[in-house]
Ligand binder design. Structure first.
Ligand code: FES
Length: 182
């Protein structure tokens, strides 16, 4: 039977010192890249402005006969590196449905995202890309239209008697149901 030779204390100390040095080097190698990754991804963690109410125009700018008008949606945006004041993030059609009530649609066609045009002589929206046609209330007018759903309505409210605020939102194209885009 063999006896185990006890190791001298210096050898154990040497091993412990090497082990701790290895752990320290490992942490020193991992932590800086992780911190850099956090900075790099920071803009992705910023809150989106989509879905927030934005003041778009006034009631006075909307024809009283219910003809839709197109408006850019402007707001401030920022990310980790830049701040942008009053930049366009999309566009909407607005129309009065009565004296103080407004209807809003995102201008993007739900088929593939082209901007639709309003044709006043036909009282309908037409998508120039693949000819989807929509009634003035946003519903699909022509069943042969490739769009899988009507125009995307948006929440709109009149504040302070005259200001038109829209909860601007983008939706995924190509689905029969409205799914908010991220
Ligand atoms: S993008 Fe509008 S019909 Fe295709």
């Amino acid at each position: 039977m063999e006896n185990e030779t006890p190791q001298p204390p210096e050898t154990r100390r040497g091993f412990l010192t090497s082990f701790l040095a290895g752990i320290t080097a490992l942490l020193a190698g991992i932590i800086p890249p992780l911190a850099g990754l956090g900075v790099l991804l920071d803009p992705l963690r910023r809150k989106s402005t989509l879905g927030k109410a934005i003041r778009v125009t006034t009631l006075a700018a909307l024809p009283s006969d219910g003809v839709p008008r197109k408006f850019s949606v402007m707001t401030d945006r920022s990310d980790a590196w830049n701040q942008f004041r009053n930049v366009p993030i999309g566009a909407v059609y607005l129309r009065r449905t009565d004296e103080a009530t407004v209807e809003a649609f995102n201008v993007a066609c739900p088929h593939a995202g082209c901007f639709v045009d309003y044709r006043n002589e036909e009282k309908k929206y037409l998508c120039p890309c693949h000819n989807s046609r929509f009634n003035i209330d946003g519903s699909v007018q022509d069943p042969k239209s490739p769009s899988p759903r009507g125009l995307d309505s948006l929440v709109v409210e009149v504040r302070n008697g005259d200001e038109v605020w829209v909860q601007y939102q983008k939706f995924q194209a190509g689905h029969a149901e409205k799914h908010p885009a991220i």
